[in-house]
Ligand binder design. Structure first.
Ligand code: SF4
Ligand code: SF4
Length: 397
């Protein structure tokens, strides 16, 4: 298996345009200028993997336009973060289409394979086997058109026991030995500090991909866990950096640059994967690659925005203990965020349907006893988003 690390300078020469080149496309022709621009990009190393990446990478979760991904790579993005489950595999196929024909050492691809788990306990079910994980990996490689991944993740891990689940660790070990994965990682969206500590203790994982943003009420715990993980040599990648919002919504504009800088000011974070899906959003996110200094107005924005709950579920799990029907409320709140925050009703519908909810939800409990940490009326949001089950998918973008 080829293990050549990215030679950033050669890559920038070969693509003829650095990040600044993107902003100056058309007039930016000169290689000397490209070198000058190259010097401005801030790189960090993903722990002991030795992989150097710009501090901004691309989260593919919302991506649908291959030209946007091409432009991102041409503008200096190196790491593309996808997942087996995104858009039922179409997301990996899109990545495969974009990277086809590009030099294999000019980009890094990470994908995530998820194993079946109980939506309330986050423990794996009997279907979570080594064989099933490896089958998922092979399907991902095929869609991507790759012989090997740069990073293979164990996806959506919410407990220590799951991070250390032997059948999955064995599968990942086999993937490494057979040359299908250069490095292995774990991704976590809740109980992040517990999962990160398990990743450290495992002495197996090389990368942690964790939710981390200014809207997390528990961000100090996550920050501390990240610091320990970085100290022990793990590469740290931050996701969910916008705290559940997207900047394209005119009714709730967010300051994406401020949110991204907030995460990257933590030097233990090596890169972040914002899920930009328009050229305008990309321009904002890429500008952060060269400048992490928060302006006064960005600081003010962070102060104000951090005190509003927005649509970011904290993943604290206190609602699940109180719910009379034991509904997977954090998942339902995530679906609500996909629908009204990301404006992706298709993603929301897919998630809602996958939860196997009872036919009537939040109708027979009388007053709902659930007290949400964010102060949300969760029953109202659940009734709202559960309606997506009845909409034919062909009517949903
Ligand atoms: S109303 Fe809904 S959220 Fe509240 S307890 Fe009943 S099922 Fe759970
Ligand atoms: S209590 Fe609220 S913030 Fe916490 S997990 Fe439930 S929905 Fe999310």
């Amino acid at each position: 298996m080829k293990k050549k690390l990215i030679d950033r300078r050669n890559f920038m020469k070969s693509t003829a345009a650095g990040v600044g080149g993107f902003f100056l496309l058309g007039s930016y022709q000169n290689r000397a200028q490209a070198k000058e621009t190259d010097k401005k990009i801030i790189y960090r190393t993903l722990g002991k993997t030795g992989i150097k990446v710009p501090v901004v990478s691309m989260g593919m979760v919302n991506a649908g336009n291959p030209n946007l991904v091409r432009a991102a790579l041409d503008a200096g993005i190196v790491y593309l973060d996808t997942a087996h489950a995104y858009q039922r595999g179409q997301n990996e196929a899109l990545v495969g289409e974009v990277i086809k024909g590009r030099s294999r050492d000019s980009y890094i691809v990470g994908t995530k394979v998820e194993s079946p788990q109980n939506r309330i306990t986050f423990l794996y079910t009997d279907e979570a086997t080594e064989e099933a994980f490896l089958k998922g990996l092979d399907a991902s490689l095929k869609r991507l058109g790759l012989d090997y991944l740069d990073i293979l993740y164990h996806h959506r891990v919410g407990r220590r026991e799951s991070a250390l689940f032997e059948p999955i660790l064995k599968a990942m070990e086999k993937a490494k030995k057979s040359g299908k994965a250069r490095f292995v990682g774990v991704s976590t969206h809740r109980n992040e500090s517990e999962v990160i500590q398990a990743a450290i203790d495992s002495k197996f994982y090389e990368i942690v991909l964790t939710a981390y943003n200014f809207k997390q009420k528990h961000y100090l715990q996550v920050k501390e866990a990240i610091a320990k993980a970085a100290q022990s040599g793990l590469g740290i990648i931050a996701m969910k950096v916008m705290g559940g919002m997207v900047s394209q919504d005119p009714l709730r504009p967010i300051n994406a640059g401020a949110a991204l800088k907030w995460v990257l000011q933590d030097h233990n974070v090596h890169t972040a994967v914002p899920g930009f899906c328009t050229f305008e959003e990309m321009k904002t996110d890429l500008s952060v690659m060269e400048n992490l200094t928060l302006t006064d107005s960005e600081k003010e924005y962070l102060k104000t925005a951090s005190s509003s709950p927005g649509m970011y579920c904290q993943g604290c799990g206190q609602c699940e203990k109180q719910c009379l029907a034991k509904l997977p409320i954090p998942d339902l709140m995530r679906a609500y965020m996909y629908c009204y925050g990301y404006r992706k009703p298709g993603m929301a519908q897919e998630l809602v349907v996958s939860l196997g909810l009872p036919s009537h939800v939040c109708e027979d409990c009388g007053p709902c006893p659930v007290k949400c940490l964010n102060g949300w009326n969760v029953a109202g949001k659940i009734r709202d988003v559960a309606r997506l089950r009845d909409v034919p998918s062909e009517f949903i973008a």
